[in-house]
Design a protein around this ligand. Structure first.
Ligand code: WQD
Length: 337
């Protein structure tokens, strides 16, 4: 049985991927420094799968701790989620983001090199494309100058992995996520934003739950059908399954390059108002929102061309926007916070 290290494995996407890995018969070891999640997620994963993953609270910025972990743990592959990911915060604390997101990546790759570990899956983001010139966005779209420090750490991260794979003959896949949303069908794990949510869906559900007074829609003067910005909202369960598909590609050695990257989305664009209307159908209640000015750094539209991912990963999304919003709403109702 292959033993997979999942860094950030108690986070939103990480925890859903751990569940899928266990369902597929992998043994899972989680490293998380609990900076953006809670230890209770470990028990919830165990409740869902009946198997408790091995857990270490380690800060991947500490090179010695990382080395010591690999000295005492046999690992066959790594799925690397652990990173700071708040776009706005990254502009206020650039050095924290570069130290954490880049530093920890380099330490993990050094262990991959030294111990000849073979499989490395990297959590990247469609943010590397900025505002793409053509929609839907294919993997051929050029990577543009990042609009945020967070986006820059993803771009630099991909470059570092590419160079390491070439120099040390490693094998890695970067998954460029579009917008992950929703919660596990068991409603035992989901998104746990700390403080005021930056992302749309948790803000919508907290507004519907009465935790927030009203949702501010950031701009309705974009060049889109209804003037609000368009994104590709992918159910977190579908996203988790894409990681298993990518890991199997490396295990089966069907990858065509040492470093590959794939756009992971539904292929469908939804505007902010589309999301609100769909959500209102689910709750049967009008959502309290107002249109305000654009948010700095936001792009008009992004949605994936999923042709390559569907073919090469033998994977495609199965869940709809409605199912994701329904799960997010059930999750919110369970978590009064
Ligand atoms: C979606 C849409 C907002 C909040 C970011 C990162 C990306 C990934 C996902 C980490 C936009 C609008 C939002 C609100 C609003 N992060 N909005 N009112 O900005 O597309 O992507 O999060 O991996 O890398 O860039 O996601 O959910 O913040 O915004 O109107 O209160 O909702 O303007 O159009 P985004 P988002």
């Amino acid at each position: 049985m292959k033993r997979i290290l999942v860094t950030g494995g108690l986070g939103f996407i990480g925890s859903h991927t751990v569940v899928e890995l266990q369902n597929e018969g992998f043994e899972v070891v989680i490293i998380d420094n609990l900076s953006n999640t809670s230890i209770g997620v470990l028990d919830k994963i165990t409740e869902i799968t009946g198997k408790k993953p091995t857990f270490y609270q380690i800060d991947l910025r500490k090179k010695e701790e990382v080395k010591n972990f690999f000295d005492t743990n046999k690992i066959d592959g790594i799925i690397h989620f652990a990173a700071f990911k708040a776009v706005g915060e990254s502009m206020q604390k650039p050095l924290d983001y570069y130290e954490n997101n880049i530093g920890s990546l380099v330490y993990l790759l050094e262990e991959m090199r030294d111990r000849k570990l073979d499989y490395f899956i990297f959590s990247s983001s469609c943010t590397v494309y900025g505002q793409a010139d053509e929609l839907p966005i294919t993997e051929k779209a050029p990577v543009k100058k990042a609009e945020s420090v967070y986006g820059n750490t993803k771009q630099i991260g991909e470059e570092i992995i590419k160079d390491a794979c070439k120099a040390y003959n490693l094998n890695s896949i970067a998954l460029r996520y579009f917008n992950p949303i929703g919660a596990h069908p068991s409603i035992k794990i989901g998104e746990l934003p700390i403080g005021i949510p930056q992302n749309l869906i948790p803000y919508v559900t907290q507004t519907a739950a009465g935790i927030r007074k009203e949702l501010s829609v950031f701009g309705d003067d974009y060049d889109t059908e209804d003037g609000t910005a368009v994104r590709d909202y992918i159910h977190v369960l579908d996203l988790a399954k894409a990681h298993i598909a990518a890991l199997k590609r490396l295990i089966n050695k069907t990858n065509k390059e040492n470093f590959e990257f794939f756009n992971v989305g539904t292929g469908k664009g939804s505007s902010v108002l589309d999301v609100i209307k769909t959500f209102e159908k689910i709750t049967g209640e009008p959502l309290n929102y107002k249109i305000v000015g654009r948010r700095e750094g936001d792009i008009t539209a992004a949605y994936a061309d999923t042709t390559i991912a569907n073919k090469e990963l033998n994977w495609k999304t199965e869940k709809t926007l409605e199912e994701a919003l329904e799960a997010a709403w059930k999750w919110q109702q369970q978590n009064k916070s």
